[in-house]
Design a protein around this ligand. Sequence first.
Ligand code: 4AD
Ligand code: MG
Length: 430
Amino acid sequence: MKTTISQVSNYEGQTVTIGAWLANKRSSGKIAFLQLRDGTGFIQGVVVKSEVSEEDFQLAKNMTQETSVYITGTIVEDKRSPFGYEMQVQSIDLIHEAVDFPITPKEHGTEFLMDHRHLWLRSKRQHAVMKIRNEIIRATYQFFNDDGYVKIDPPILTGSSAEGTTELFHTKYFDEEAYLSQSGQLYMEAAAMAFGKVFSFGPTFRAEKSKTRRHLIEFWMIEPEMAFVDHEESLEIQEQYVSFIVQAVLENCKLELDILERDTTKLEAIKAPFPRISYDDAIVLLKEKGFTDIEWGEDFGAPHETAIAESFDKPVFITNYPKDIKAFYMKPDPNRNDVVLCADLIAPEGYGEIIGGSQRIDDLELMKERYEEHNLTGEAYKWYLELRQYGSVPHSGFGLGLERTVAWLSGVEHVRETIPFPRLLNRLYP
Ligand code: 4AD
Ligand code: MG
């Protein structure tokens, strides 16, 4: 019976065959312990000299890392193994011998690992991070589908910019100028007017010259957009959504969190509601914490966000930023024209901003004013204005950065480990 490591619990006491790679190995005179992986999990294969052919025992003893095999044996319970089972090997068929696999169980430098990302992905740690990423994606679809949202796919090639023109990737669209999408938001607003509650999940691109542990050039965003939902209601959706994915990861990725040695007590506390602090109060808090230089009207950098987050044990919403440091589409606070109805959600433990969101301007005349101020004269923005012309309604939305969320939940330091093939300032390879 051919099966996978993830399924072995169904075959206790039975003989099965698994296609696998050798991750690591220990052997002595009469016994070899093979650490096997097949992509679905890890299992130890125990090869006893007296119980296999001499040829198979020599194969096991001399097997090199990442050699691929079909391996057959009996599945037995193993309480010491984190996976619960091991295989008592009966026979081994060599598929392909790997010679000099570059990533050995010893330590390697970051650049070396990044150059070998296509192989590094096979490691237990990277496997765990990608499984957590996968669980967040799965839980995202569940959360929004269960609540009646429609998944909408905005275009990647666009003629308009949602988040300012300085960080755009330019490309040619036959004879026209086009960009890679920075955010699907403007299209999601059109979709919300057609379907009420919508969400997108897709790649976004920022030609940001930032070389930090939180910035990727290509990253994936989840962007919900809701008609008839105001800023305050949007914050409630955000805290429910983030709580849901955190609890899903805790529930379904126990093994992965264990491999990554993630302190889960900090994650268990992540349940709605989340604290809110206004930008004004955040400035006061920062001054109290020794950031004496920061002035009202300036944007926060990573050290500011980290300092604010340290005052809370849950993610914190920083709300109502000055209008001049935020995007053109954000609705002004009706009580105060200098701030907008927006919030950034800052993750605990120094992982930074994971969500940016706002209520959008729904008034045609005000949007026209913003167009003037931001010089949005091109044809490319005409359609967006028309959304305010035909039955305009209050609406809000937000974007959650997947990689920063994966970094936070996995407890990995740098976003480069949270996407299969990271695109960084100086890296397009592999
Ligand atoms: O705050 P941002 O720029 O918001 C928007 O793009 C809105 N249009 C979203 C919306 O309202 N529909 O980006 C949203 C999130 C950030 O909070 C952050 O988590 C992530 O996207 N993000 C990045 N992640 C990795 N690398 C980068 N360079 C990122 N830039 C933003
Ligand atoms: Mg932002």
